[in-house]
Design a protein around this ligand. Sequence first.
Ligand code: AMP
Ligand code: ZN
Length: 467
Amino acid sequence: MPIRLYNTLSRTKEEFVPQSPGKVGFYACGPTVYHYAHLGNLRAYVFMDVLHRVLRYHGYNVNLVVNITDVGHLTDDADQGEDKMEKGAAREGKSVWDIAAHYTAAFMEDVKSLNIKQPTTWCKATDHIPQQIKLIKDIEENGFAYQTSDGVYFDTSKLDDYGKLIAGFDKEGLQAGKRVDMGEKRNATDFALWKFSPKNETRQMEWDSPWGRGFPGWHIECTAMGCHYLGEQFDIHTGGIDHIPVHHTNEIAQAQGAFGRDHVRFWMHNEFLVTDGEKMAKSKGEFLRLASVIEKGFSALDYRYFCLLTHYRKPLTFTWEAIEAAATARKRLTQRVAQLKESAQPAGLPSAERLEFQKQFAAAVYDDCNTSQALGVVHELLKSDLSDGEKLALLLDWDSVLGLKFAAATIPSTDVPKEVQALVDEREVARKNKDWAQADKLRAEIAQRGFLVSDSEQGPVVSQDNT
Ligand code: AMP
Ligand code: ZN
């Protein structure tokens, strides 16, 4: 079954065929480490992880590269304003290097808690300054760059299709409507490849270059590191939708300037996580982290499950009620898996029905990573007549995409009080007599006492209802 992925560039779902048979080159824009990652950022990495897992599930050998933006960039997209890293350092009275190390470590913890698979390579922008300088030189030699008193800029007027990633991009309109501080730029959409350090000032992060001492522009690191690790053209590049109009648009321009062609075949973007109708953003100062969710008694996997419930190209609204509901649903699911582990017999040869479920799950995840539909298939499976062994075999297999740690699911050890056990036994008698109404009534009584009962091939399984 082929994988189909929505490509922002073509604005359609396309069949995905990697450029080298069996191998996928995949680059994901990583975090800017001047602050903790917020829940919105982490949605981007849950999406990256699902895509990574889907590609592996299909059998591809995936080379995933994720960067860490530890170079200071200017706070606005027009290459003006304050440096985010220096701002973070000043806020905390530390050096920019300490800030980067601290928030990178915090991000890695979040990655681990969310069961995000390790990429092949993590790469820091500050470790790849020579590659960035080389790329700028190539762009300059090909006639796409010019120098001003404060830096080296990309001349976007040299590209006929600049802005093609954005639907309805209006280059003329943008140039005429003077919203952008032009400085010495030739065109409103031109952007910095290299910025000079301010005269008579030493920045905490600065490097020598053929044009003068300074630091790279924001966009160059991703093109330089992506092509360094994955070659001049690779298969997939991801990020949040905020990266479409500026960061990724300018990445395409840089590759065209340096190599004379696009470097990425599939551009994929996740929609925002929103709260109170607004995008969650680090620059707003106050935001929710994974730690904020954990402090309230949820687990990181509850947040992962919450993300999986909505397709990555749809906005996702965070509310405490919604995470609560996701946590309850995940707990029930995990308990069911744990019960199946206790009761299941080895599955044996797959039945036709099992193969049909397998097909439905694959169809969902290969259809542009439709995890909400895939979770629907999980629930249908649990309701089905398949044997416990077949159910468990499928769930463990599917968890290689869902990443919900089914293999570790255990029934919390509970001492079942005598009166609850008596109700369970009574319910078994009712079931044997096919008195379903009585069996349901007893199940409700058991639930009122805080216990869940489910039926396995080996008889009833009782667990504490912690929801
Ligand atoms: P940053 O650390 O700001 O570079 O962002 C890291 C990733 O998070 C990027 O791919 C962003 O596009 C993405 N992102 C930022 N805010 C949100 C949000 N509210 N919802 C989903 N993704 C986001
Ligand atoms: Zn990037």
